[in-house]
Design a protein around this ligand. Structure first.
Ligand SMILES: Cc1ncc(COP(=O)(O)O)c(C=O)c1O
Length: 344
């Protein structure tokens, strides 16, 4: 039982930010119409329009998997294919839900850093118009990636141009969109809509919410009838005001950015403190709130007696250490001491 161990396993393991809980408590006043027809949801929708433009359509959801799968199923038919990296949450961590719910083939592209490149995609597009092959319809990228790296705006624009030329949608899994924006020091619109992203799964749960995700369509026509897809996807919460209240808290006074900057800073601090330790090799650029590192398996086992974290790639003795909005400098210092002890 790992419950009492301090966790560097995931930002999912962090507590709910207290401002989020407070906002939920404030929303817990009297009756409110269910399913989103309430003042909190109206206010949260307005905040999304302020962030991305008055013509966006936003739908509040409960899980990141739900956001990905519902939005993708909305814009695809079962004979379509979705192109993503082999590290994508869609591919690895959604229990086959995209295949089940969309009926689509997933084309996965090998990627060491979680990002996909135009040269890898082009050969797949030769299937377009050939009736024996699943028809590529969506490029799905993750920002920040599952490997903690970020796509720079020019890279997203290049993928968007390709998508546009080949009649594909560009979907972004933004479970950690806040960490990416903080890392790039750009606005949320600058790394999504302004780069040509069509559909965004906007994550807040890893950024201090309890359960708050959203699907954002930058083209209104794509959003048509999505309310029915959301309902069929079992992501329409009756007590919607509590999801909306979470967004209202995080989007007020840029709390989302403060949380993300802090989480990123703690990962950078951890990386800085371990980079010169013999027997540790940092394996990915530390651009957001994850540190990937290889270290001897005996040290991993020893460290896991005191801390909870995941072994990412057992064959390489690679671990993933993640920070979150609540990680303190002292936690990092103690963790680094423990790492030295485990290696000793
Ligand atoms: C990249 C990415 N996408 C989406 C999700 C959403 O997952 P969930 O369905 O658990 O909210 C996660 C959660 O770990 C993730 O890391």
């Amino acid at each position: 039982m790992k419950a009492s161990l301090k966790s560097f396993a995931s930002d999912n393991n962090a507590p709910v930010h207290e401002a989020v809980f407070r906002a939920m408590m404030e929303a817990n006043e009297g009756d409110a119409i269910g399913y989103g027809d309430d003042i909190h949801t109206l206010a949260a929708e307005k905040k999304f329009k302020d962030l991305f433009g008055s013509d966006v359509r936003v739908f509040f959801m409960l899980t990141g998997t739900g956001s990905n799968v519902a939005s993708l199923s909305h814009v695809t038919r079962p004979y379509h294919a979705i192109i993503c990296s082999d590290k994508a949450h869609l591919e690895k961590d959604e229990c086959g839900a995209p295949e089940k719910m969309c009926g689509c083939k997933l084309h996965t592209l090998t990627s060491a850093d979680g990002k996909i490149q135009v040269e890898q995609i082009l050969p797949l597009l030769e299937s377009k118009g050939f009736e024996h092959h699943a028809q590529p319809k969506v490029l799905s990228i993750t920002q920040a990636t599952e490997m903690g790296t970020v796509y720079h705006p020019e890279e997203i624009r290049t993928l968007a141009r390709l998508a546009n030329e080949h009649d594909l949608y560009l979907h972004m899994d933004g479970a950690r969109i806040a960490n990416a924006a903080a890392s790039l020091d750009l606005s949320l619109a600058e790394i999504t809509r302004f780069c040509g992203v069509d559909i965004l799964s906007f994550g807040a749960t890893k950024n201090g919410a309890m359960a708050a995700e959203a699907v954002v369509f930058f083209d209104q026509s794509m959003a048509a009838d999505f309310q029915y897809t959301r309902k069929q996807s079992m992501q329409l919460l009756s007590k919607m005001r509590y999801v909306s209240a979470q967004f209202n808290a995080l989007l007020r006074d840029d709390l989302w950015l403060k949380n993300a900057r802090h989480a990123n800073k703690m990962a950078a601090l951890l990386a800085d403190k371990i980079k010169d330790i013999e027997d540790i090799e940092i394996t990915q650029k530390v651009e957001t709130n994850a540190v990937f590192a290889c270290l001897p398996d005996r040290a991993i086992e020893k460290l896991q007696r005191r801390y909870f974290f995941y072994v990412w790639d057992k064959g390489r003795n690679e671990v993933r250490w993640m920070t979150a909005h609540n990680t303190r400098e002292r936690d990092i210092e103690e963790f680094v001491e423990a790492i030295r002890w485990a290696l000793g």
